[in-house]
Design a protein around this ligand. Structure first.
Ligand code: 6GU
Length: 230
């Protein structure tokens, strides 16, 4: 998989790939990343990339020319690239999207700043437009990283332990059950006794019950959907 980031702030993104699982994915040639800065594609003297909104409105927008030029360049060099625009005005990004996009060869994340991106750029190049949640971020960089991380975990061999994928929250319609490690008693707080007895059928059944309770409490929306299907 290749991730390309179109951003004015490369360092916000690159540092995330310098540790842990994504660093190893790059070292193992499962993943590669590169960057384009729209400022390098400006035609004005001062490297200006933003301008006032047509029709008024607060804040500046990334205007079309540098973005059209950088995205044209990327498309010409990579005819198979798939373009994703992070924006709070997109459709919700969910686990199914992470799994589906993990099968692509090359994803391009186009990160807006200021009040966003001229809509004509999104209409021309956007294969998909995603929001990562109902709140506003300062730019698309964090949202792109969130999606990149979620997608990477679903690329073959990135995690090493593929079993850990299947029991996680959202893989089974319910939140993941609570987990415990050692020791069995820590400052008077106990690991549930069933977990210590080693009867795996009983542990699984208890974990399923805990998953359901936790989902009902924290995510009634997910729980109703689960109930309707079971
Ligand atoms: Cl994808 N981008 C930005 N800038 N803010 C967001 C978002 C995306 N999703 C939620 N808030």
């Amino acid at each position: 998989m290749r991730f390309t980031y179109v951003t004015l702030f490369e360092s916000l993104i690159s540092s995330y790939f310098e540790d842990s699982i994504l660093k190893r994915a790059i070292q193992n040639n499962l993943l590669s990343i590169n960057f384009y800065n729209p400022r390098d594609f400006t035609k004005n003297k001062h490297g200006k990339v933003d301008d006032y909104q047509a029709g008024g409105g607060a804040g500046l927008l990334l205007f079309p020319q540098p973005l059209f030029d950088v995205l044209d360049t990327i498309k010409k060099e990579n005819p198979d690239a798939y373009f994703i625009f992070p924006t709070p005005a997109g459709k919700p990004f969910v686990q199914i999207d992470a799994k589906r996009l993990a099968k692509k060869e090359h994803l391009v994340f186009v990160c807006g700043r200021y009040e966003g991106i001229d809509e004509r750029v999104i209409e021309t190049y956007g294969d998909e437009v995603f929001s990562i949640g109902d709140y506003v971020l300062t730019g698309g960089e964090l949202a792109s990283l969130v999606m990149s991380d979620a997608i990477s975990r679903n690329i073959q061999n990135v995690l090493g332990n593929e079993a850990s994928l299947s029991v996680e929250s959202f893989e089974n319609e319910l939140l993941e059950a609570p987990s415990f490690s050692k020791p069995p008693i820590y400052e008077d707080k106990l690991v549930p006794s069933e977990f210590l007895k080693g009867n795996h059928a009983k542990i699984t059944s208890l974990k399923n019950k805990m998953s359901e309770s936790k989902t009902k409490y924290f995510r009634p929306d997910l729980f109703s959907r689960f109930n309707a299907r079971h």
